[in-house]
Design a protein around this ligand. Sequence first.
Ligand code: HEC
Length: 153
Amino acid sequence: MGSGRKGSGRKFLPLYIGIMIAGIAIVSLQRALHRQEPSAPSAPEIEVSGPVVVPPRLNEQQKLGALAFAQACSDCHGLTLTGRATGPSLLVDRYRVMPDDDYRRAVERGAEATQGGWLPMPPIQGLSPGQVDAIIAYVRRMQAVNPNPSLQQ
Ligand code: HEC
């Protein structure tokens, strides 16, 4: 009896192995597909000549800022600040010279639409003052290492 059960277990062994291999194949396929997805940010509002660089070394504050920016700002301004259909690029002159306090005000109270095409920016809720400072640190770092598109045209 005991040996019979063992025998049927062995019969199913190739099936188990097959399922495992199929599982691993599916997982790695998903990983491969996922890896290709996020590399291309959506169409920038303003052409930036050359690729936008995310600096390889961000300090701790800038890293936190990048995360918070990804969650709270990137839908409209783009993960790499190149802008999207829903918001302007933050790499242009206007936002380079804009003081930090204006960034804080925009997050807290939102911003009016001042340029053609965009809706007003709504106030962004749920960010601590520390997170807003971190976002500004990330934005300043990105502005520092990337070309100013308005000077390159
Ligand atoms: C729902 C889309 C949206 C989100 C989310 C968003 N913005 Fe904006 N942002 C805009 C638009 C649109 C403008 C106004 C463009 C204009 O001047 O017409 C703007 C303007 C700004 C300005 C300029 C304000 C001024 O006084 O002219 C700053 C700074 C800014 N955004 C930073 C941020 C930061 C930081 C975040 C995340 C915490 C963020 N935005 C999230 C859409 C967005």
